[in-house]
Design a protein around this ligand. Sequence first.
Ligand SMILES: C[S@@+](CC[C@H](N)C(=O)[O-])C[C@H]1O[C@@H](n2cnc3c(N)ncnc32)[C@H](O)[C@@H]1O
Length: 224
Amino acid sequence: MIPWRRLGEGRADGSGTLVLAERDGEYSICVGGQELMSSRAHGSEEAMAQLTLAAAAPRDGMRILVAGLGMGFTLRATLDAARPDAAVVVAELVPAVVEWNRGPLAELAARPLADPRVTVETVEVGRLLRSTRTRFDAILFDIDNGPAALTRPANQLLYGVQGLGLVRGALRTGGAFSVWSASASPEFERTLARAGFSDVAAHRAAARGAAGGPAHTIFLALAR
Ligand SMILES: C[S@@+](CC[C@H](N)C(=O)[O-])C[C@H]1O[C@@H](n2cnc3c(N)ncnc32)[C@H](O)[C@@H]1O
């Protein structure tokens, strides 16, 4: 069996050490021994972008926030679904992840960071939301394995009523919010409603898209 080759590591406040590894053309990002993202399966990350952009009220010059860069698959699908005049902000906590996306991972999702519509902020997304006056038309959260499967304990705050209220306050009327999760959670759907979101729904999306694989959950909610 071909062994994994360690390509780099990086960390940020409140996160464990992220390790990037490669084996026979497949890339993996792990934290604390748990896989955070693999290049093998990105169908549900892409479905998340398609669902969110289809749900957001369309207008000229849409502003979109993608939280969690990972390997760039959600960002690529967001760019593919967004109009040419959209502006996409990426909030990524770990500087090394941004470097990897400009280096060894760049081609996985066809260099999304090179798109002129994209601005990258190396920042914790809660911090960005507290400091920005921008109102977004769509906010996509893929910052962890889901509300019930945290690899970064501090992310718990963002999945609670207060954190989600912060997200709700950063959306324009008609804006859409989505959260990627490894598993379903009726409790999290109720939390989204308590935070002021409407039309809360949980969509199932296959890990490998048309090729199938395990089903992940995309929570989708609107700001009315
Ligand atoms: C599961 S990966 C995202 C995968 C991505 N959707 C893709 O298509 O490859 C999660 C990413 O979120 C970042 N992250 C974790 N917590 C964060 C936070 N609070 N703010 C911003 N980024 C965060 C991690 O460093 C990691 O790059």
